[in-house]
Write a protein that binds this ligand. Structure first.
Ligand SMILES: [Zn+2]
Length: 480
């Protein structure tokens, strides 16, 4: 329902924003086909601003392992879509609600609650394939084009609020106005067509990527059934993607045309779930028993994931020997599994055996020099143990145009420089970090400090001054 609404919605939303009064953007003309056009670079700019703003509204996982898993899965699916060449960016939103959404320029977010609600990897893949299909079929293009007529920061904030279903006052007000706007039925019809198309194309992507087509109707049906018990508390995913019985039936009959066979979950999927389960609770000890039971049954991968979950809980509770015992057993079976290497190194470092822990990362990196995950984890361990120069040497080559999708890199590099006593460089990268997470005031504050501290260093002064001016211009744009 959101899709067609959005254009109208954004137009109506503008006045209630207190900051929008001074300089109202022109209301989008929803009728003219030329308005649908948005150049790829305009959409990219909107997507980047959208992603920055999201950080201000919700927590986006900075865990390198979780991030790596969701992007590998997403990219595997996207490579089997019609837009195999388009760059997507997949990320995990740390929220217990069941939701996934596609923003501008291929930014696709999946809530941790949705990952945990899936019973197998194919179910997770089917939701992501459905989102990818919304992107490849340009279902939101018109809405994005309408949004792009607002100032960029405003468009980004509004899109983020709507796609997240955030209960912010501005978004709530917008929803009310949009509902009052009427002509609901035609918009719902339009949405059904979109949803059906996303199911159909999504299923093609899913099967081409070698996942179980039957998982798509199975997951959507379970979601739909859950609404009977949850009442008003329906999964956010269903608010943006209404599931109907006929949609499920259509998808099921399509899925049934594929020959039946068994599919197994990847170890990475199961480990990600174990970790998310622990990260999503204040009382991980409650899962102890569940993991202990699961360790004794299921496939070897399922058993390993349960052992891993238990080892992480032991580590959190400072029962290091128990954690170590489980992880050593896991590494004997899966010597190359980066999650196990990292977890064991963490236990060793927590026990005070820093040299041994760091050596473990170093040896693993020699075997897998291309592993960005290991590199990041090693850098974090180096920083934590005061080896700033080494950490800097590891991270700095990875600072590129694409770092904006991984703000944590800026933060780590800033810590490395600060630790080395190069405070101006430290402030400069901290400013980049704040900008990348949509905190423009923080970016300005630290860029100012960088300029101040860079006195005497002409090159750094020039860079920091230029960035400060850029951030200030962005802040001014927000006020219109
Ligand atoms: Zn949908």
């Amino acid at each position: 329902m959101r899709y067609l609404f959005l254009g109208l919605w954004l137009a109506l939303v503008t006045p209630p924003f207190p900051t929008a009064h001074a300089n109202l953007p022109e209301l989008p003309d929803l009728g003219a086909p030329s308005d649908d056009v948005m150049t790829p670079s305009e959409e990219k700019r909107l997507g980047e601003a959208f992603f920055r703003n999201l950080h201000q509204q919700i927590e986006i996982s900075e865990d390198p392992e979780i991030q790596d898993y969701i992007s590998s899965l997403g990219n595997r699916l996207a490579s089997h879509s019609d837009m195999a060449k388009q760059r997507f960016h997949f990320f995990v939103v740390m929220k217990p609600s069941i939701n996934a959404f596609a923003g501008p320029a291929g930014y696709i977010g999946v809530h941790s609650g949705l990952i945990l609600a899936t019973r197998n990897e194919s179910e997770l893949a089917s939701v992501m394939a459905h989102e990818i299909a919304h992107v490849t079929q340009h279902h939101l293009k018109r809405a994005f084009a309408a949004a792009s007529r607002m100032t960029l920061p405003m468009a980004a904030a509004t899109l983020a609020a709507i796609l997240l279903g955030t209960q912010s006052p501005a978004a709530a007000q917008a929803a009310l106005i949009a509902l009052q706007a009427g002509s609901l039925q035609s918009q719902i019809n339009f949405t059904r067509a979109n949803e059906q198309e996303a199911d159909r194309i999504g299923l093609q992507i899913l099967t081409a990527s070698d996942f179980d087509p039957r998982s798509m109707p199975a997951f959507f049906e379970r979601l739909q059934q859950s609404t009977r018990f949850l009442g008003y508390n329906i999964p956010e995913f269903l608010r943006t993607h209404p599931v109907t019985s006929s949609r499920i039936a259509d998808t099921r009959s399509r899925a049934d045309s594929f020959p039946y066979r068994q599919y197994t979950d990847s170890l990475a999927y199961l480990l990600t779930k174990s970790k998310l389960q622990i990260l999503s609770t204040d009382q991980p000890e409650l899962f102890k028993q569940e993991f202990e039971v699961a360790m004794e049954r299921g496939t070897p991968n399922q058993k390993a994931a349960a052992q891993y979950g238990l080892a992480l809980i032991f580590n959190q509770q400072h029962e290091f020997d128990a954690s170590k015992k489980l992880l050593s057993r896991l590494l004997a079976k899966f010597p190359d599994q980066p999650q196990f290497i990292h977890a064991l190194a963490q236990v060793e470092i927590a026990q005070g055996n820093v040299a041994q822990g760091l050596k473990r990362y170093q040896q693993a990196l020699q075997r897998f020099p291309a592993s960005n995950v290991l590199k990041l984890e090693y850098a974090e361990a180096l920083l934590a143990s005061g080896r700033f120069r080494k950490a800097r040497a590891l991270i700095e080559p990875d600072i590129t145009e694409r770092t904006k999708n991984h703000p944590v890199l800026y933060k780590l590099l800033s810590q490395a420089y600060a630790g080395m006593g190069e405070t101006a460089e430290g402030q400069r990268y901290l400013a980049e970090y704040f900008y990348a997470i949509g905190d423009i005031k923080g970016a300005i504050r630290h860029a100012r400090l960088a300029v101040k501290m860079a006195k005497g260093n002409r090159i750094l002064t020039a860079i920091a001054t230029q960035r400060l001016r850029f951030f200030q211009a962005e802040e001014r744009a927000m006020k219109h």
